[in-house]
Design a protein. Structure first.
Length: 318
């Protein structure tokens, strides 16, 4: 009997480990961060956070609804549920007290999501021009231009962008092939290849700028986007995704653009919006961005066409 108990314990621990490995590290960190806030709420009110019960979760969501977006409430609910699963507990997130409470909150607040602003072509040009005008290290300027242009041109998430290694690159007559080994929506590592063609204008061409960066940095293996140490010495350490966000915001500021509503995602959403505005269809955009569903891509297309198919354009005021 003791051997059976031991075997079950081992299987239980292995199952929990499999659950953890099913999620990306960034996703797990987000779950923990969200759950920490829930735990603080429960602690302040003398409630149990783990395991908890639907009524407590519903109270927490009502508390959050005062100052948070509806999308935040949904994300927190997912996080609370996932932490329970990872710890081997069951939580009924479909309980009527949770579902109906969310429906009531949604009616009052609405559920429209206002995302971060996309970096469009005019922004992109202003950013690159601003980098060129800086009185800083030329090597760093080449790296930063390559990061921003590759990030935009490939519709990359910032975590995907910094994960690119030299071995993932293949320069071909038409442009550049980049093998993406793994991404947020590709948890099993099936990978995908993105093709970036040459631009007519070399100054804004992702392929040309990346070539310039690789040539001056003499990178022949490992991460292509690396950190600089003090004294502008290039290290072997991979750049962090947060560094990409700070870089984008700083160059937007230097270009004279209000940067409050921009983020690392702005390169990716910018590509999708500009592509949609230029007439690219859903399938072509998704082939580059790696979106698995059309929901977000259609949102980009809708925003890009906001003034193109506007009924007000048919009205003539003389």
């Amino acid at each position: 009997m003791s051997e059976l108990t031991t075997d079950l314990k081992i299987l239980h621990e292995a199952t929990l480990e499999n659950l953890k490995n099913s999620k990306a590290n960034n996703t797990l960190r987000a779950y923990k961060s969200d759950f920490k806030d829930f735990g603080s709420f429960c602690s302040r009110h003398g409630l149990n956070s783990l395991p908890t019960e639907p009524k407590i979760v519903s109270l927490y969501l009502t508390h959050l609804s005062k100052n948070s977006k509806f999308s935040t409430l949904r994300r927190r609910l997912v996080s609370i549920s996932m932490v329970h699963k990872l710890k081997g507990h069951y939580l009924d997130t479909k309980h009527p007290i949770i579902v109906e409470n969310l429906m009531g909150i949604r009616r009052v607040k609405g559920s429209i999501q206002k995302g971060k602003k996309p970096i469009l072509i005019n922004h992109l040009k202003l950013i690159i021009n601003s980098i060129n005008e800086q009185k800083t290290n030329e090597t760093k300027k080449l790296r930063d231009k390559a990061i921003i242009l590759i990030g935009f041109g490939g519709g990359f998430r910032r975590t995907e962008l910094i994960s690119i290694d030299y071995e993932d690159l293949e320069f071909v007559p038409e442009g550049l092939k980049i093998t993406l080994k793994k991404s947020k929506t590709d948890q099993f590592g099936e990978g995908m290849i993105k093709g970036l063609p040459y631009f007519n204008d070399k100054n804004y061409c992702p392929v040309i700028n990346l070539k310039n960066w690789l040539e001056i940095s003499d990178i022949k293996s490992g991460p292509i986007f690396r950190r600089f140490s003090k004294g502008s010495v290039l290290t072997n350490n991979r750049l962090t995704d947060q560094s990409v966000v700070l870089m984008i915001k700083e160059y937007l500021r230097l270009a004279g653009i209000e940067n409050k509503n921009f983020a690392g995602h702005s390169l990716r959403s910018g590509f999708a919006t500009v592509a949609a505005d230029s007439g690219a269809d859903e399938r072509s955009i998704m082939a580059m961005t790696g979106h698995k569903t059309t929901q977000m891509v259609r949102r980009y297309i809708k925003e890009a066409n906001l003034f193109k198919n506007n009924a007000l354009n048919k009205i003539k005021i003389i």
